[in-house]
Design a protein around this ligand. Structure first.
Ligand code: 8IG
Length: 263
């Protein structure tokens, strides 16, 4: 079975379990974004990812393996409360299966969120930053075969402009995906700075590529949860990431809730 066929099976089962045969916008919630889901609207269904073909169980504390179908105004949202990370070793196809399922479920746009390290000291933990572009340091692609997908304007300039209308204080940055699961060394962060990166994390770029291949419009928003290694002198800590998310939840929920109706 091809990846697209498996995603279609997942979308068909999703339609049966949620009673919704067409979703409009997908959201993937990264580290620190989970509390923001409550502001988005009323959940009309809440299912475990494992109820759909092709999904495996979530592995990280603070990531819950569930999918919600949420009514938000006249839009039906498909919200993934967690993601499969590349570092879990389940393969790139597993990482991007939610994105392909969203496309098969009818979504035209996807909002990819993540928690990340920031290189800019003007972005304290709790700062949301729009992803303007990315550098994929996994050296992998979700696409197989001679399918040469254009990634110019991968992170939709239309959607970024719309976000800045909603919140003019939003900055933009280049997101660099490392394979993880270890954080970077200070020397690697210096390399990121020199190659033009502003944000470092362990997700998003492979999903964005798969989304573009599937024809989805992509919006990427990072929540800076820590300064990148070597910048503050403090060690990095996953508990701190979760706490920053809780503290920023109000602002992130508000941001998503104001953006979604305009996508
Ligand atoms: I949250 O500093 C979070 N995720 N690679 N580096 C990488 N991933 C992260 C970081 C970070 N913070």
């Amino acid at each position: 079975m091809t990846a697209t066929e498996l995603a279609q099976q997942a979308a068909d089962q999703l339609a049966r379990l949620t009673g919704v045969d067409h979703h409009d916008i997908a959201l993937v919630l990264g580290s620190g974004w989970l509390p923001a889901v409550e502001s988005l609207g009323e959940a009309t269904a809440d299912i475990a990812t494992t109820e759909l073909p092709g999904f495996s169980a979530a592995a990280v504390a603070g990531h819950s393996g569930r999918i919600r179908s949420i009514r938000s105004g006249d839009r039906q949202l498909l919200v993934f409360l967690s993601r499969t990370h590349y570092y879990e070793g389940k393969g790139v196809a597993a990482v991007v299966h939610p994105v392909r399922t969203a496309a098969a479920a009818g979504c035209r746009a996807i909002v990819l969120t993540n928690g990340c390290g920031g290189l800019n000291e003007a972005w304290p933990p709790g700062t949301p930053v729009l992803i303007r572009d990315h550098i994929n340091l996994t050296a992998r692609s979700p696409i197989e075969g001679a399918h040469f997908v254009d990634l110019t304007d991968l992170y939709s300039s239309r959607l970024r402009a719309l976000c800045r209308e909603v919140d003019p204080t939003l900055d933009e940055g280049v997101y660099v995906q490392f394979p993880g699961p270890h954080y970077e060394t200070p020397a690697e962060i210096e390399m990121v700075r020199r190659i033009g990166g502003d944000l470092v994390g362990m997700s998003t770029t492979l999903e964005a590529i798969a989304a573009r291949e599937a024809g989805l419009e992509v919006l990427g928003i990072s929540l800076v949860t820590n300064l990148a290694a070597g910048i503050s002198g403090e060690p990095l800590d996953h508990a701190e990431v979760l706490e920053t998310g809780r503290a920023a939840a109000g602002r992130m929920g508000d941001l998503l809730t104001r953006i979604v109706p305009r996508i």
